[in-house]
Design a protein around this ligand. Structure first.
Ligand code: GLN
Length: 567
């Protein structure tokens, strides 16, 4: 049966051969003229920050993908850092790493977890990157003597970065603009959206504005005035919002929708409620109930008669909400007062737990407080442990104590990146008897640097973007737990670190039971360690958490949850 999506695809194929893009008359009619008629959705935020633009964007992406569209999501961050790689997690939460080695905003993690597709360098743009590119061009003389200005040079670069994704053959690009409308930092982005909307022509782009309806307990009312103001502020910048998504703690009445519609120039059905729900994974379904995806497709003049298929998503939610078992896993780290710092790890446990019909309760343990004396109390009753990634020496000795506790008490333990390095140091000190064993990151003078700096890293001075980053190959050895877990000999996983297992010590480790089960086939670096005669004691130099999605829970997290259940 030929439906609208099929017809749309046929048009696309015709368009690819029939390229009218050179004709200036086509400027306002790109519909049938451009090679691929990519549609653009811009998501802005008003009233306050932290309203969850990332989750709304990811949810919309999922809804559109479930109707057969090829969608990607991009984040524009208005700060001047080139990327969040050098930011303290307390400032900006976890730094998320893509396959191609970009250090990015944690929202990209949500995009990947919801859409189950990889993002790249192009999916995260910062003001730092924009200015760096423009200034480099200026130094080369590319502007031919012209004065370089925010408009047009900075805005042109922003527009180029938005449109660059269209080359990757997407039907729809969702661009989330960080910050809040009215911020000085956001102005060039908002202006770029204004220009792009005009250039792209009717029905090829839209703006979704996420806003807050505060609840006044004293009068028992939801208030619309802040939203009216933020929509007006957008209009002052030349942008009319097409859809309002309203964050709220209480149900929005028809009257409130009508009022917002009237004051903000949008149809009432384009006012969408985004009420607080118990899990972020519920959000797409709440939005779908209000036909959010249909409203969006209508605005973009896209066909929507292909039923959306969220069967697997609903199944995941059902399992997540109705667990049959429960385990408690200690997450040992140093940023435990801010759980956003370990976002991908926490989410990976949700995916893995649901797949096993198991509720995974995380016990956040601050490693800086751990001592020999309080270990047993801190880990009392836990079924598993994860030692988190990290940088710097704060809380290191506590993590070493935790690794020893898990090793001696046969508690399933997964060490990620720094976590694996900690397991190495602990084993060297307490089993191999190398009392001063350490990582060169924490003690440059140690005689036993069991974790050391790679040769290529020795002359690196800059901190930003210079670690071993992104996807690297790893080959798993036969008869190891890991090959059983992955069901595959050749894997690739994402990295973000400077220091490595020092292979000079490998023989000694292996003779004593801690063996390398995965090796990088090109560099021969040790990527994974496993302990013999222990139910689950695995350290990985890479970050499995970045690759876990709702559709594809990561096998290592699944295996840890299983091991914890068996304990
Ligand atoms: N600090 C360690 C290194 O640079 C580990 C980094 C991490 O855990 N991501 O090698």
């Amino acid at each position: 049966m030929i439906n609208d999506v099929a017809i749309y695809r046929i048009f696309e194929i015709i368009n690819r051969f029939w390229d009218f893009s050179q004709n200036p008359l086509t400027l306002h009619k790109p519909n049938l003229m451009s090679k691929k008629n990519t549609k653009y959705i811009f998501v802005t935020g008003g009233v306050t920050s932290s309203l969850g633009k990332g989750i709304v964007s990811a949810s919309l992406g999922l809804l559109l993908k479930s109707r057969g569209f090829n969608v990607t999501i991009q984040k524009l961050d208005p700060y001047i850092n080139i990327d969040p790689g050098t930011l303290n997690p307390y400032e900006h939460g976890e730094c998320y790493v893509t396959e191609d080695g970009a250090e990015t905003d944690l929202d990209l993690g949500h995009y990947e977890r919801f859409l189950d597709s990889a993002t790249s360098q192009n999916n995260n743009v910062t003001t730092g990157k924009i200015y760096q590119t423009v200034i480099e061009k200026e130094r080369k003389g590319d502007f031919l003597g012209k004065t370089v200005q925010v408009i047009p040079h900075i805005t042109n670069e922003i527009k180029r970065r938005i449109k660059i994704l269209a080359k990757e053959n997407y039907d729809i690009i969702i661009t989330e603009i960080g910050g809040t409308v009215g911020d000085i930092e956001s102005l060039p982005y908002i202006e770029s959206v204004r220009q792009l909307r005009w250039e792209l022509g009717e029905n090829n782009s839209m703006v979704i504005h996420l806003t807050l309806l505060p609840y006044l307990a004293a009068s028992g009312e939801l208030k619309t005035k802040p939203s009216q103001h933020s929509v007006r502020q957008l209009m002052e910048s030349g942008i009319q919002a097409d859809v309002l998504v309203c964050r709220t703690e209480h149900k929005i009445t028809k009257e409130i929708k009508a009022k917002l519609a009237q004051f903000c120039n949008v149809p009432a059905e384009n006012v969408i409620e985004s009420i607080d729900v118990e899990t972020i994974y519920q959000v797409p379904l709440e939005l779908q109930k209000q036909k959010f995806d249909e409203v969006v497709l209508k605005e973009l003049a896209l066909p929507f008669n292909q039923e959306s298929d969220l069967k697997d998503w609903k199944n995941f939610l059902k399992k997540y909400k109705n667990p049959k078992k429960k385990v408690e896993i200690a997450l040992v780290g140093k940023y435990v007062s801010l759980q956003d710092s370990y976002k991908s790890i926490a989410e990976a446990f949700i995916h893995a737990g649901a797949s096993q019909d198991t509720e995974v309760k995380l016990r956040w343990v601050y490693s800086g407080d751990l001592t020999e004396e309080n270990l047993a109390e801190n880990f009392n009753g836990i079924d598993g442990m994860l030692i988190a990634p990290g940088f710097g020496d704060r809380g290191i000795e506590g993590k070493i104590l935790a690794a020893k506790f898990a090793r001696e008490n046969k508690i399933p333990l997964l060490g990620i990146c720094l976590g694996m390095q900690i397991m190495t140091i602990e084993f060297a000190r307490n089993v191999l008897g190398l009392k001063d064993a350490n990582s060169a990151e924490f003690d440059l003078t140690t005689k036993n640097p069991v974790i050391s700096l790679m040769e290529e890293q020795k002359n690196v001075v800059d901190k930003g973007g210079t670690m071993r980053l992104g996807a690297w190959k790893c080959q798993l050895k036969p008869h190891t737990k890991l090959i059983e877990i992955y069901g595959n000999k050749n894997i690739t996983e994402r990295h973000r670190h400077r220091y490595e297992f020092n292979s000079d010590y490998l023989d000694d480790f292996e003779k004593n039971g801690l063996y390398a089960s995965g090796i990088n086939p090109d560099t021969k670096l040790v990527e994974t360690l496993e302990l013999r005669n222990h139910p689950f004691y695995i350290g990985v130099q890479y970050h499995p958490e970045y690759k876990s999605t709702v559709a594809t829970p990561h096998p290592l997290f699944v295996a840890l949850v299983k091991a914890a259940t068996e304990k």
